[in-house]
Design a protein around this ligand. Structure first.
Ligand code: HSE
Length: 440
C-alpha cells in the first residue's frame, strides 16, 4: 500500500526529532501502522536549514499553505506554536480535508472547541498527544486506557522548567531569581520564560486533561493560574521540615458542584512518589474509581521525547483514517453530543488545605489570636511550627515566623480569615499562603 504522506509545518527541535525518529525506526513503525509513514514535504521560513535536516528527497518550501494545498499530503503536522498563524493553518488544513497532528497546547486550550468542531464536521482527526507532558502518553491513557473509569482527579507536574527551578531551589537553598538565571544560562529555561514560570503552560495542559477526564469543553479562560515567581526558599525549607515538597501542580478535580481547574504551587507530602519527581521531568497522577491511582512519569519536553508522541499520533491516524469517523476515538474522549455542562468552579469554591506563614511580633497572645480567627471560621489546624533554630526569631528577637498547616476548607472562607489576620497589628508582613494537596 502507498505510504501515508505527511507534511510538516515548522522544523525546529521537535520537527527535526520527528523526522529523525521516523527515519531511524521506519521499519518498526511501518510494521505497527500497517503502512509506511513518510514526511514528503516541509515548510519552514529557514529553507536552507530545513534542507540541511531533511536532505534532498523531501520537498522544502517557505510557504506552509503550499503543504496544505498539496493533494498528496494526508496528514499535516503543525509545530509552529502560538495562536496566530498556527490557528489559521490548522483550520485551513482541516478545511482541506487533512488530518492534523499538533503539539500546540496553547492553541487547543484556547481555541479547541472551534478546532474540534471543524474537524468533526469535516470527518478528520486532530491529534495532540505531544501537547501534554511531551513524551508521556497521558492523552492516550486518559482517553483510552482509563476509559472504564469515572476519573476523580488528575494532578500533574506538567512543566519541566518550573520543576527544574523548584528542585534547584530546594537542593541548593537558593531563591527563585538566582535559580532562574542559572536555568536560563544552562538552557533549561527559555530566554522569555514567562509562560512557564507564570503557570500558563501548565494551565494549557491541565485544561486539555480536564476536558478529556470529565467530558467538558476546553475552558482555559476559567482556569486559575498562579506561577512560582513569588515562592521563596524560606517556604521550601519550612515545608521540608513539615514533611512536604513544593511542586507546581496542574490539578483538575470532579466535585458534585463542578470541576476544579487550577495551577499553583502546592505542598505535596514527601512520601508520595510524585513529590520525588525532580529536575525537568514530568509526572501525572490520575485517580480513577476502578483503577485507583496510576502515575505516569517521563520527559515532558525535548526533541525525541516529544517526537515520540507526535509519531504515536501519526500511527494512530494511519490505523484509523479509513474507519468511519463515528467509530474513531473522539477527540476529547467523550462523544461530541454527550459532553457535560458541569461548570468549572471559581477559585473561591475550591476546597483544599493550606500552608500559612505569618511574620508576627514575638509577643504573648499572638498565636492565640491567629488560631482563634481560624477557629471562629471553622477551619481546623493540622500542624503548627514556630520557627526552627536557623530561621528568624529566637531569644531576644522581636519577631518570629509562625507556620500553620490547615485541614481542608473552602478557599473563599480562607480568603476571609486571611483578611482578618493580615489586619492584626501583630502580623508584620504579607502572609504567605500556599495550597496543600495530600494526593491520597
Ligand atoms: N516549556 C515546557 C516545559 C515544555 O518547560 O515543560 C513545552 O510545553
Amino acid at each position: 500500500m502507498k505510504p501515508i504522506q505527511v507534511g510538516l509545518l515548522g522544523i525546529g527541535t521537535v520537527g527535526s526529532g520527528t523526522f529523525n525518529v521516523l527515519q531511524r525506526n521506519q521499519e518498526e513503525i511501518q510494521r505497527r501502522a500497517g503502512r509506511g509513514i513518510v514526511i514528503t514535504m516541509v515548510a519552514d521560513l529557514d529553507v536552507a536549514r530545513a534542507r540541511g535536516i531533511v536532505g534532498p528527497d523531501v520537498k522544502v518550501v517557505d510557504d506552509a499553505r503550499a503543504v496544505i494545498a498539496n493533494p498528496d499530503i494526508d496528514i499535516v503536522i503543525e509545530l509552529i506554536g502560538g495562536y496566530g498563524i498556527a490557528k489559521a493553518l490548522v483550520l485551513e488544513a482541516i478545511a482541506a480535508g487533512k488530518h492534523v497532528v499538533t503539539a500546540n497546547k496553547a492553541l487547543l486550550a484556547v481555541h479547541g472547541t472551534e478546532i474540534f468542531a471543524a474537524a468533526h464536521a469535516k470527518g478528520v482527526m486532530v491529534a495532540f498527544e505531544a501537547a501534554v507532558a511531551g513524551g508521556i502518553p497521558i492523552i492516550k491513557a486518559l482517553r483510552e486506557g482509563l476509559t472504564a473509569n469515572r476519573i476523580q482527579w488528575v494532578a500533574g507536574i506538567i512543566n519541566g522548567t518550573t520543576n527544574f527551578i523548584l528542585s534547584e531551589m530546594r537542593d541548593k537553598g537558593l531563591d527563585f531569581d538566582v535559580v532562574l538565571k542559572d536555568a536560563q544560562r544552562l538552557g533549561y529555561a527559555e530566554a522569555d520564560p514567562t509562560f512557564d514560570i507564570g503557570g500558563m503552560d501548565a494551565a494549557h495542559k491541565a485544561t486539555l486533561m480536564s476536558a478529556i477526564a470529565f467530558g467538558i469543553p476546553v475552558q482555559f479562560d476559567k482556569a486559575y493560574v498562579e506561577g512560582i515567581t513569588q515562592l521563596s526558599g524560606t517556604d521550601i525549607r519550612y515545608a521540608e521540615q513539615l514533611g512536604y515538597r513544593i511542586k507546581l501542580l496542574g490539578i483538575t478535580k470532579r466535585t458534585p458542584q463542578g470541576v476544579e481547574l487550577r495551577v499553583h504551587p502546592s505542598l505535596v507530602p514527601t512520601k508520595r512518589l510524585i513529590a520525588n519527581v525532580e529536575g525537568a521531568m514530568n509526572a501525572v497522577l490520575v485517580q480513577g474509581d476502578a483503577v485507583g491511582s496510576t502515575l505516569y512519569y517521563g520527559k515532558g519536553a525535548g526533541s525525541e521525547p516529544t517526537a515520540s508522541a507526535v509519531i504515536a499520533d501519526l500511527v494512530d491516524i494511519t490505523r484509523l483514517h479509513t474507519a468511519d469517523p463515528q467509530n474513531r476515538v473522539p477527540h476529547l474522549a467523550f462523544q461530541p453530543d454527550a459532553m457535560s455542562d458541569l461548570p468549572v468552579l471559581p477559585m473561591s469554591q475550591v476546597v483544599t488545605s493550606y500552608y500559612l506563614r505569618l511574620r508576627v511580633a514575638d509577643q504573648a497572645g499572638v498565636l492565640a489570636k491567629v488560631t482563634g480567627l481560624l477557629a471562629q471560621a471553622g477551619i481546623s489546624i493540622d500542624a503548627v511550627l514556630q520557627r526552627e533554630a536557623d530561621q528568624v526569631g529566637g531569644e531576644g528577637a522581636t519577631s518570629t515566623d509562625l507556620i500553620i498547616l490547615t485541614h481542608d476548607t473552602r478557599e473563599g472562607d480562607m480568603d476571609a480569615v486571611l483578611g482578618q489576620m493580615q489586619a492584626l497589628p501583630t502580623v508584620l508582613a504579607p502572609i504567605v499562603r500556599i495550597r496543600k494537596e495530600e494526593l491520597s
